[in-house]
Design a protein. Structure first.
Length: 189
């Protein structure tokens, strides 16, 4: 008596036919070497059409690499959210953002870029003030400064990063000491 497992391993007429069919298909589908699959000599006539675009891309890479690398970086980093570049930027014309306590400070700002805003606002502690000026240069005067101020600049749809105007305390004389050296002829030595 034979068990069910042993009877399935016995050769049947259908299994040998199936094995022969698989071997025949495998022989037909053998990998074709690449050198035999593509006839490079026959494709040389298309080289004159492919060469100008390739030379243009190579020249563009030499002259302005960011024209190609910038967009490809954006494609490669598809998960990163990119903002549209601003049409202009703010440039602070002041050498430093420091002022003495109680003094006035005039902030001078210029705009650079393709498009320039008609007006610029300064945002101080949530309040917007219009800056004076036009044609790309704007000013705002901080009156009688008491403490450091944080502010941003806004023009059109562009907002600057946050800047800090540092207010320094007025210099004061804390202590005064004097050492006098009288000449010998005065008799006060």
């Amino acid at each position: 008596m034979q068990s069910g497992d042993e009877s399935s391993s016995l050769p049947t007429p259908h299994s040998s036919l199936l094995a022969a069919a698989i071997e025949q298909k495998t022989a037909q589908l053998r990998p074709v070497p690449f050198l035999n699959a593509v006839d490079l000599k026959a494709n040389r006539k298309y080289l004159k059409y492919a060469l100008p675009p390739l030379l243009f891309i190579a020249l563009l890479l030499l002259v302005s690499p960011s024209a190609i690398t910038g967009p490809t970086r954006r494609i490669a980093n598809y998960n990163t959210v990119y903002e549209r570049p601003a049409p202009f930027r703010f440039v602070l014309l002041n050498e430093s953002l420091t002022a003495l306590q109680g003094a006035d400070f005039t902030l001078e700002v210029a705009t650079e870029g393709d498009a320039r805003p008609a007006e610029v606002h300064i945002d101080l502690d949530g309040r917007r003030y219009r800056m004076q000026g036009s044609s790309g240069t704007f000013t705002y005067t901080f009156k009688q400064l008491r403490g450091s101020q944080r502010f941003t600049l806004e023009g059109g749809s562009v907002t600057s990063p946050q800047y800090t105007l540092e207010v320094l305390p007025n210099p004061a004389v804390v202590s005064f000491r004097m050492l006098l050296s009288y000449p010998a002829y005065t008799g006060r030595a």
